[in-house]
Write a protein that binds this ligand. Structure first.
Ligand code: MN
Length: 231
């Protein structure tokens, strides 16, 4: 059997402390999961988590100690950074209870949910899907996955993003409205999770624009930092 067109390559992330890699299947994202960011996006009340997706091949893997690169995307004049805790699913399932959710996590990484904010605003205003604002090429630079066996469950710890050395986003993972276990449980009620799935768990306040030539540095306590240059 042969494929009639070239088969897509499997995108994969480096794994901290290993030569092996984490293969990426889907990328799920949580909207507005920190109260202060929800407020800056105009939301005033607590709401159930909502989800959107990026294509798996929108992931730009960034190795430890290196600077990843993304091209400034087309169709936008307002490219925003959103630093996020990324959950790497190791064991699949559906309707996973909160009490068992962390057992499905292989590890964690630092990621950026890059966003064409101007297009997102247009799509929101028109009641249209967000895909063009969130799921574009190279929209998900992500650093190495640290296995749970090395870092434990991430339920608290500083999360930050600096641009050209100036801190823009600074918060704590404990301030997530829906924690990792709750996100996994709710997501698995809507989709069957599988090994290789990534979940971007939402960004804290302080999102803002980056320009060509800017360098972003994301950190989450206990994980490998992420450095990305916008070309
Ligand atoms: Mn986000």
């Amino acid at each position: 059997m042969a494929f009639v067109v070239p088969a897509p390559e499997t995108v994969s992330l480096p794994v901290s402390g290993s030569a092996d890699r984490f293969p990426v299947r889907r990328v799920y994202c949580v909207g507005r999961n920190y109260e202060a960011h929800a407020r800056e996006m105009g939301l005033t009340e607590r709401e159930a988590p909502f989800f959107f997706m990026k294509p798996g091949d929108a992931v730009v893997p960034v190795a430890a100690g290196t600077v990843g690169e993304i091209a400034y995307p087309s169709l936008t004049h307002n490219l925003h950074h959103e630093v996020e805790l990324v959950v790497a699913i190791g064991t699949g399932g559906r309707d996973i209870p909160v009490s068992e959710a962390t057992r499905h996590v292989y590890g964690y990484a630092v990621g950026l949910d890059m966003t064409r904010r101007d297009l997102q605003a247009q799509m929101k205003n028109q009641g249209r899907p967000w895909s063009i604002s969130k799921g574009f090429d190279q929209s998900a630079p992500i650093g190495p996955v640290t296995p749970v066996s090395a870092c434990g469950a991430i339920v608290r710890g500083a999360i930050s993003l600096a641009v050209n050395g100036a801190v823009r986003q600074s918060s704590d993972v404990s301030l997530m409205i829906w924690n990792v276990a709750e996100v996994v449980a709710q997501l698995s009620a809507a989709w069957t999770l599988a090994p290789g799935d990534l979940i971007m768990t939402g960004t804290p306040e302080g999102v803002g624009a980056v320009a060509s030539g800017d360098r972003m540095h994301g950190e989450i306590a206990g994980l490998v930092p992420l450095d990305v240059l916008v070309r």
